[in-house]
Design a protein around this ligand. Structure first.
Ligand SMILES: Cc1cc2nc3c(=O)[nH]c(=O)nc-3n(C[C@H](O)[C@H](O)[C@H](O)COP(=O)(O)OP(=O)(O)OC[C@H]3O[C@@H](n4cnc5c(N)ncnc54)[C@H](O)[C@@H]3O)c2cc1C
Length: 415
């Protein structure tokens, strides 16, 4: 029987970073995925590595915004009516977690983790030789009106308190940074400490290649075959069954497929999101990711073109794509930037794995010896992948964790 120390299930940015951190500590690791590294949710994100995030995405507090979403007129969000009864408890918990005092609490609990995010990427990028994908040009958030800009004052106050660099700009100064943007916005904030990558898939692949170079093994297999073969865990892979004393579940939005049958039912929902690449007309270009705050979409320069990513869609993970948000936001996007033709025939669809309190679950699984959880990174899985890798690797090897893992424990749902 083939045996290794640790099996990591799921080769997204989270699982691949965990596998790499473990192998660097001399642990024998097999990384198992049904496809290739980085082809799940980690393939299609906006590419922002955001050590600057302060408040998580919140449930709308403005009734007008909520009404627009309910009437399916909002560019920033969509939902499938059939899912609403099923997801209602999660939405209520999300709304409760979006109260101002809870947002501050979440920001404080997540801060030590986010504070480490950029440095952990930089370290892995350097050793994986992936510098060509990294931009240190920050993230530019645009506000078309005074009201939406003023609404960010609380976040900027907290940023000042935490020492997180940001530069408020008027429209003209922002256009000096990004001359291809049209003058349709009045204000901007340049979050100068944020980084971004020009190809998230290539980044995960580079980390996977580094893992392999250090002796890690990547195998194809269905994580749902995981079962106890005392005294170990066993997974069936394309190369035969594989045993290990420890298993890390890093399956992103697919984690419940494995965990529910094991009796570990944690309240995960998905916020689906789409992307589509566009050519840029003429010499138009972007140097950094852009958020159009009122319209809730981002534009990021990627190797494939300008990637337009959408906000949240509440729908079942596996329901057919309904990319209606593009119809609602494309007029605003065309007004802002000279987008040319779409590169692909159809938009890409992914599912952000989200807990209502906007914290991932990282640590031991309840009641299952040797089983570890690392999923539910929501809007910030690319950012937090390498920091998660370090944290889990430190916990598994008995080292002192770089931050207190308690806020990310599964126990917050099981007690
Ligand atoms: C539109 C959009 C924009 C985003 N923008 C950003 C951003 O700018 N910055 C940021 O930090 N985050 C962003 N995110 C979030 C981020 O992409 C995710 O949080 C992150 O990719 C999750 O990574 P993961 O490794 O947990 O999951 P995944 O990448 O989904 O990896 C899970 C892996 O599990 C494998 N798997 C599933 N089931 C099985 C099975 N049965 N057997 C074997 N393998 C299996 C899959 O093949 C997959 O490779 C965005 C997300 C979306 C959708």
């Amino acid at each position: 029987m083939a045996r290794t120390d640790v099996i990591v299930l799921g080769a997204g940015i989270v699982g691949t970073s965990i596998a790499l951190h473990l192998v660097k500590r001399g642990v024998a690791v097999a990384l198992v995925d049904r496809g290739g590294p980085g082809q799940g949710t980690s393939y299609g994100n906006t590419g922002i590595i955001e050590g600057n995030t302060i408040f998580p995405q919140a449930f709308p507090s403005d009734w007008l915004a909520l009404l627009r979403i309910a009437l399916k007129r909002a560019p920033e969000a969509n939902y499938h009516l059939t899912l609403v009864p099923k997801v209602a408890p999660w939405l209520l918990a999300f709304r409760a977690a979006s109260r101002p005092e809870r947002l501050i609490e979440t920001a404080e609990l997540m801060r030590p983790f986010f504070a480490r995010a950029a440095a952990e990427h930089e370290a892995l990028i350097a050793e994986a030789g992936a510098e060509r994908y990294l931009r240190r040009t920050g993230w530019l958030k645009l506000y078309r009106g005074d009201k939406s800009f003023a609404a960010q004052a609380r976040e900027r106050d907290m940023a000042a308190r935490l020492g997180i660099a940001n530069v408020p700009l008027d429209g003209e100064a922002a256009r000096a940074l990004e001359p291809s943007l049209a003058p349709v916005f009045k204000h901007a904030v340049h979050w100068t400490g944020a980084m971004s990558v020009s190809n998230p898939l290539a980044l995960t692949r580079a980390y996977a290649a580094r893992f392999a170079a250090l002796g890690g093994i990547t195998l194809q297999g269905d994580a749902r075959s995981l079962h106890r073969a005392e005294p170990h865990w066993r997974v069936d892979t394309a190369s035969g069954p594989l045993d290990a004393g420890d298993v890390v579940v890093a399956l992103g939005p697919w984690a419940p497929d494995l965990l529910d049958p094991l009796g570990i039912t944690l309240p995960l929902a998905v916020k689906r999101g789409y992307h589509r690449h566009f050519s840029a007309r003429g010499n138009a270009a972007l140097s950094r990711p852009i958020l159009d705050a009122e319209n809730g979409y981002c534009l990021t320069p990627m190797e494939q073109g300008i990637r337009l990513t959408t906000g949240a869609e509440f729908a079942a993970r596996d329901a057919a794509p309904t990319p209606v948000q593009f119809d609602r936001l494309l007029p605003a996007a065309h007004e802002l930037f000279p987008l040319g033709e779409p590169v692909e025939a159809e938009p890409w669809l992914g599912a952000r794995p989200c807990f209502a309190d906007s914290r991932p679950v990282i640590g031991r699984a309840p009641r299952q010896r040797g089983l570890w959880l690392a999923y539910g990174h929501g809007h910030w899985g690319l950012t937090l992948g390498p920091a998660t890798g370090r944290l889990i690797a430190e916990m598994i090897t008995g080292a002192t964790p770089f931050c207190d893992p308690a806020p990310y424990g599964a126990e917050r749902f099981t007690h």
